[in-house]
Write a protein that binds this ligand. Structure first.
Ligand SMILES: [Zn+2]
Length: 563
């Protein structure tokens, strides 16, 4: 086998991460992979193919090492989606944050070492080969290789099991079994397959939106504006209405005191990633009752079919990336069939700051609609926080954080926290702008964040874990999964619906999860629809909180209530 330096490089760069656990089957599989790569080059006798394989191996290695060293993540479907979903603006910010990390320089260091090994192996190929053959008889090398190859073929059965998975959840299950391979190539294949399955689920959901059932009489208000604001990465405990020491929510606090705002204290998000949350939020499924989002229609389609004028104003929408990657969240929301069945109006521009999106909506929504549903999906407090608010909202600084006594907090960390708090303060202003648009109407606004975040709150970390599960589940849930949630009612709405207002007041302490928010919206708008389910509606006396399952497997309440 003349291509043995390629095999060694392959095993060194692709296999190294896989073989630390369950080494025997994984070594055999990696050996088989490397042997196949070398055989392709030998068979085709093409230098070009050889360079391509080397390039591929090095790219996979660099991606894995960057994720691992800088972010504690690995190649996984969610990370792949995260990379692809990240729009041009975020990519620039991501690269900036990557280079600024002190551990960044380890990557070129590893690269130089790996390249040195590969080049010296290739250069001295014959010399080393002669030396090894001199030391170890060829028959032993051959016997050893055959054993490894047979083992590799046997353990390749795990790939058959992978491709037998019919649902995204099954793929997760497959991966959690330690006997299956864990190298970068396998993870890449798994991710692509997983995303493909996700795409099929999306198609199913689109079909749901096309076939909405309605009652003859959608018994509802004569005129109503119902608004859902989907915030982003909002840490509940950084809002002064939830007890944060800095005044990050002056408007919300005022509205609460004046009786228009109702703050919910026990709301949890099913995931800590936007895509997972929004699919389950928009769909009428209930995760705790074992229902998959793709088997239930989006509530936007139900409203549209019931005669509502539905607008979606999405500051995270990015047209450029949509065409390239058909499986991202944007395509679920903006697939041509979804647009036709779910909305009457979609924004065609995005803005640097969320406030500008609200101004844009105000400009385009000149004709008043009798019944309307308006969705705002904002950038909120998405990383990097300093880019989420205009200069005039630089209200908090390092000095404002004197109440944080943790000795491990550096000035740089305090600066990042201050940026986060300024973004939260700006978010309060954005909410004020939205409520100003509708304060004279019969209107109600539901505000929630897709998930939480961490910004040096209890450990030296900011951002979210890729799988959302740090070592301390309780803390992870507290910061990344518990979300702010509030309902704002205009004076007109309050006067017209005193009974509903009482129900809202009562519900603020109930435990709830974001996947069932559509039931609250149906209740608030008195929409008579076959998709309404009182037992999942937090405002109903019949409410019974379904199991609050996060990340598809963890019962959050058993963690929250544990000691
Ligand atoms: Zn998000």
């Amino acid at each position: 086998m003349a291509q043995w330096p390629l095999m060694v490089t392959y095993i060194m760069l692709i296999g190294w991460i896989s073989v630390t656990k369950n080494p025997i089957p994984r070594w055999m599989l990696i050996f088989l992979h490397a042997y196949l790569a070398a055989s392709i080059v030998t068979f085709l006798r093409s230098k070009f193919v050889k360079i391509l394989i080397y390039l591929f191996v090095y790219i996979l290695f660099l991606v894995e090492i960057t994720l691992e060293e800088l972010y504690g993540m690995k190649i996984m479907p969610n990370v792949l989606i995260l990379m692809i979903e990240t729009n041009a603006r975020e990519s620039k910010e991501f690269l900036e944050s990557m280079v600024s990390k002190p551990s960044f320089w380890i990557i070129p260091f590893y690269l130089v070492i790996a390249l040195t090994i590969t080049i010296s192996l290739e250069k001295n190929r014959q010399k080393i080969c002669d030396y090894v053959i001199h030391k170890i008889p060829t028959k032993y090398i051959k016997a050893c290789s055959i054993i490894l190859l047979i083992g590799g073929c046997v353990f390749s059965y795990s790939y058959y099991k992978l491709f037998s998975c019919k649902e995204v959840n099954e793929v997760d299950e497959w991966y959690s079994h330690m006997s299956n391979p864990d190298d970068q190539l396998t993870k890449l294949i798994l991710s692509i397959y997983d995303i493909k399955l996700g795409e099929d689920e999306m198609k199913k959901s689109i079909l749901m939106a096309e076939h909405i059932k309605t009652y003859n009489q959608p018994n509802s208000h004569d005129s109503i504006t119902i608004v859902l604001v989907i915030g982003e990465s909002y840490i509940r405990e950084h809002a002064s209405i939830y007890g944060y020491p800095l005044n990050t929510t002056p408007f919300l606090s005022k509205e609460k005191n004046e009786g228009r705002l109702f703050v919910f204290n026990n709301m949890i998000s099913p995931y800590n990633q936007t895509t997972g949350v929004i699919r389950n939020l928009i769909s009428c499924n209930s995760i705790g009752d074992g229902e998959h989002w793709s088997s239930h229609p989006p509530f936007t389609a139900i409203y549209k079919k019931s005669g509502y004028y539905v607008s979606i104003m999405d500051n995270q929408k990015d047209f450029g990336f949509k065409a390239l990657y058909s499986y991202s969240l944007n395509t679920y929301l903006y697939n041509p069939s979804m647009v036709k069945n779910c909305y009457n109006r979609v924004n065609d521009s995005t803005f640097e700051y969320d406030g500008q999106l609200i101004d844009y909506y105000n400009r385009v929504s000149t004709n008043k609609q009798r019944k309307q549903l308006v969705l705002f999906h904002i950038m909120g407090q998405h990383t990097e926080f300093e880019y989420r608010y205009p200069k005039e909202f630089s209200i908090f600084s390092v000095d404002s954080l004197s109440f944080r006594k943790d000795t491990w907090l550096t000035n740089e960390m305090r600066e990042i926290i201050a940026h986060y708090d300024n973004a939260t303060r700006y978010n309060d202003y954005v909410f004020e702008k939205i409520s100003n648009l509708f304060c004279n109407d019969n209107s109600v606004i539901v505000y929630l964040s897709d998930h939480g975040e961490e910004v040096y709150d209890y450990r030296e970390n900011y951002g979210r874990d890729a799988w959302g599960m740090g070592n301390d589940l309780k803390q992870t849930i507290r910061w990344q999964y518990m979300v702010p949630f509030f309902v704002w009612c205009s004076d007109k709405y309050k006067a017209k619906n005193p009974d509903i207002v009482k129900q809202i007041e009562k519900a603020t302490e109930h435990p709830g999860m974001l996947d069932n928010v559509c039931q609250i919206l149906f209740h608030l708008s008195k929409l008579n629809t076959p998709y309404y389910n009182a037992s999942r509606d937090m405002l109903s006396p019949k409410y019974h909180c379904p199991k609050r399952i996060i990340n598809d497997k963890i019962n959050s309440d058993s963690i929250i209530n544990s000691k």
